[in-house]
Design a protein. Structure first.
Length: 570
C-alpha cells in the first residue's frame, strides 16, 4: 500500500513500462523444459557458488556470496544493482559446436535476468520480476558450427533490489572445459511436520536438503504432488480423516529415500470459523498518517467496512519485531485514548479492527525462528495494548514462507480461534503457488481469514487460463482471482483488492461498478467480460480497498457502491 499521495511504488514503475516484456517473460517462466539426455553434463563451473565468486566476474564489484538464502549447498550469489550498473555476473563456458544446451538457474529477490551471448546462432535470455521465494529460470540455446564457448550471465535491473542466484546449469554435451561434479542423489528430508489442517487439506513443512532441486510428497504411499520449496498443502481430502505423509528430495541424479512418516487428520469443518465476520465482507485500510487523503479517526470509517486494517505497524531494531505509534500530530490531535475507545466502539458494532504490518515502505523481515518469535510476540502485544482483533500481512519487499508460517501459527496459539489474519499480496505474489506469499497462505489456510490481493500497480499479468490480461478491467480481476480459487484457497479466503479512487494508486483504478461486475462474475457467472470462470464461487469473501481515507476524499463513492453489493451477494 502506498503512503505517498497518488504515487506508484518505485518497484512497479518499470514493470508498467515494460508490459510487453512482462508478458513474454511470464510466458517463459511458465514453460516446462524437458529432461536432458543421460550423457549430458553441467558445463558451468562453480555453478553453486560454493567456491565464492571463482570462475565468475561481476560488474562494478556488485557480486558477493552469502550463506542465506541458498537454494542448494552452503552458498549462493547476491548481486546488487547500483546507479547505472545492473549487477551483471558472467562466466565463459566451453561448449560443443552444433549442440543444444539447457540454460537454467534458481533465482530470488529483485528482477533477475539469465542469458547467454556468443552462441553463434541466436543469443537467448529469460527473466522474472521480483520473487520472494526461489524460482527456476530456464531456456535453451543452440551453438553455431564453429562455436566452442559461450558467455553465460545473470543480471538485475537498474534501481531494483538485489537478486540472489544459485545452482546455475548449462546442461548438454561435454564441452571439454570441465564443470562441477555430477550431482549425487540427495538425502531423505528431515523435520517433516504437519503445520495445519482443514476439512479438505493438510499442510506440511520439512527441512531443506543439500543438493536437492525439488521434493515429492507422498500420501499413503502414493505420490500426490511435486514442489520446489520446503512446504506443500495436499488438498482434495475427506473431512475428519487421518492420512499418512512422506516426502522425498530429488535432483538430476534421482530421488532420495522417503522421509519419516507423519499423520495429519482433517477437521470436520474448514476455514477460519469463530471470527464473527459476515459471510461476505468489505475490508478497508485506514491511514495512520496524512498523505493528502482525508484525515480520519476510526469512528469516521463508514459502517460498510467490516474489517478495518490500521496502517501500519513498522519494524524495530529487533529482528522480526514490530511496533505501532499513533500519529497524533498528523491526525490533528487524535489521542491514543480516543483511538482505543473508537476501536472498542467499532467492535461493539460487529466490526473487526486489525493492525497491518509493512506497506510499500515497510522493512519487516521474518527470516529465522528467532525473528518469527519476535514477530508473534510483538503483534500479540499490540493486540493487547490497543485491542486489535488480528493482523494483516502487507509485506511488499519479500516474505519467507517457512518463518512467516511459524510466526502466524505462534500468534494463533497466543490469540486463540477468534484471531483475524488477512494478507494483501501484490499481483505477482499470487501468480504461482510456489511464490512465498501464496505458499504462506496455503500453509496457514486453517487459520487464515482472507487474502485481498492488490489488483493494481502491476501492469499486465497472467490469468488462470494462461492468457495475459491488462489491469483495470473485469477480466483482470476475475482471471487473476481464479488462480487463487483453483490454487487451493477456499473461496471464503479470496477478496478483490482495488484502489478507492484514481489518487489511491499509481495505476489500476477501476470504477466501483467494475468491481461489482467482477464480484457477480465470480459468484454468479453474470456480468463477466471475455473471461468466465469454469464454475461459480458463491462463498467468495468480498472486496478490499486502499483506503478508507481516499474513499472519504471521493465522497465515499466506493464503499457506498461496493459495500451494499458485497453484503447482498448470495
Amino acid at each position: 500500500m502506498d503512503r505517498v499521495s497518488g504515487m506508484p511504488r518505485p518497484g512497479r514503475r518499470r514493470l508498467r513500462l515494460w508490459s510487453g516484456a512482462v508478458t513474454a517473460a511470464l510466458a517463459l517462466s511458465f514453460a516446462v523444459t524437458g529432461q536432458a539426455a543421460a550423457a549430458d553434463v553441467n558445463n558451468a563451473k562453480n555453478a553453486g557458488f560454493e567456491s565464492g565468486l571463482g570462475n565468475w566476474t561481476c560488474s562494478a564489484g556488485s557480486g558477493t556470496t552469502v550463506s542465506s538464502p541458498v537454494h542448494g549447498g552452503s552458498a549462493a550469489l547476491k548481486a546488487t544493482p547500483a546507479g547505472q550498473d545492473n549487477a551483471r555476473c558472467a562466466q565463459t563456458v566451453a561448449v560443443r559446436p552444433n549442440s543444444t544446451y539447457t540454460l537454467s538457474a534458481w533465482v530470488q529477490g529483485g528482477y533477475t535476468y539469465l542469458g547467454a551471448t556468443g552462441t553463434g546462432t541466436t543469443d537467448v535470455s529469460t527473466w522474472t520480476p521480483d520473487s520472494a521465494g526461489w524460482k527456476q529460470l530456464s531456456t535453451t540455446l543452440t551453438t553455431g558450427s564453429s562455436t566452442t564457448s559461450v558467455t553465460v550471465y545473470l543480471h538485475g535491473w537498474y534501481g531494483q533490489a538485489a537478486y540472489y542466484a544459485d545452482d546455475v546449469s548449462v546442461l548438454g554435451p561435454d564441452g571439454g572445459g570441465g564443470g562441477d561434479p555430477a550431482p549425487t542423489v540427495p538425502a531423505a528430508p528431515g523435520g517433516l511436520t504437519v503445520t495445519g489442517t482443514t476439512s479438505s487439506s493438510v499442510s506440511l513443512v520439512w527441512n531443506t536438503v543439500s543438493g536437492a532441486t525439488g521434493y515429492s510428497v507422498y500420501r499413503s504411499g502414493t505420490k500426490v504432488t511435486a514442489v520446489t520449496g520446503t512446504s506443500a498443502t495436499v488438498t482434495g481430502l475427506a473431512a475428519s480423516t487421518s492420512y499418512s505423509f512422506q516426502v522425498t528430495a530429488t535432483n538430476a541424479a534421482g530421488e532420495s529415500a522417503r522421509s519419516a512418516t507423519v499423520t495429519g487428520t482433517t477437521t470436520a469443518g474448514g476455514g477460519s470459523g469463530g471470527t464473527g465476520l459476515p459471510k461476505h465482507a468489505v475490508t478497508g485500510y485506514w491511514q495512520n498518517f496524512d498523505n493528502g487523503a482525508a484525515v480520519q479517526r476510526i469512528s469516521d470509517v463508514p459502517s460498510q467496512y467490516d474489517i478495518i486494517a490500521v496502517s501500519f505497524a513498522d519494524a524495530t531494531s529487533t529482528p522480526g519485531a514490530v511496533t505501532f505509534t499513533l500519529d497524533t500530530a498528523g491526525l490533528k490531535g487524535y489521542t491514543v485514548d480516543q483511538f482505543k475507545a473508537d476501536i472498542r466502539a467499532k467492535q461493539a458494532a460487529g466490526k473487526k479492527v486489525i493492525v497491518s504490518v509493512g506497506g510499500e515502505k515497510g522493512a519487516v523481515a521474518v527470516n529465522d525462528s528467532a525473528s518469527a518469535t519476535n514477530f508473534a510476540d510483538s503483534v500479540y502485544s499490540l493486540m493487547r495494548t490497543y485491542g486489535f482483533d488480528g493482523v494483516d500481512i502487507d509485506l511488499e519487499n519479500g516474505l519467507n514462507a517457512t518463518y512467516m508460517t511459524q510466526a502466524l501459527r505462534s500468534l494463533s496459539a497466543k490469540a486463540g480461534p477468534s484471531l483475524i489474519i488477512t494478507m494483501a499480496p501484490q499481483t505477482i505474489d499470487m501468480q504461482s503457488t510456489s511464490a512465498g506469499y501464496f505458499r504462506t497462505a496455503l500453509n496457514v489456510k486453517d487459520i487464515l481469514t482472507v487474502v485481498n490481493t492488490q489488483y493494481y500497480n502491476s501492469g499486465s499479468m497472467l490469468g488462470c487460463d494462461g492468457k495475459v490480461y491488462s489491469q483495470g478491467s473485469v477480466d483482470f480481476l476475475t482471471a487473476l482471482a481464479c488462480i487463487q480459487l483453483e490454487g487451493g484457497l477456499a473461496p471464503s479466503q479470496v477478496g478483490l483488492g482495488v484502489p478507492a479512487s484514481p489518487r489511491g494508486a499509481g495505476s489500476g483504478y477501476v470504477s466501483p461498478t467494475v468491481v461489482n461486475n467482477a464480484l457477480d462474475c465470480l459468484t454468479k457467472l453474470t456480468n463477466c467480460g471475455s473471461f468466465k470462470p469454469s464454475k461459480a464461487y458463491p462463498d467468495l469473501r468480498g472486496a478490499m480497498t486502499w483506503s478508507t481515507n481516499w474513499d472519504a476524499s471521493a465522497g465515499n463513492a466506493w464503499s457506498n457502491t461496493v459495500g451494499p453489493h458485497v453484503h447482498a451477494l448470495p
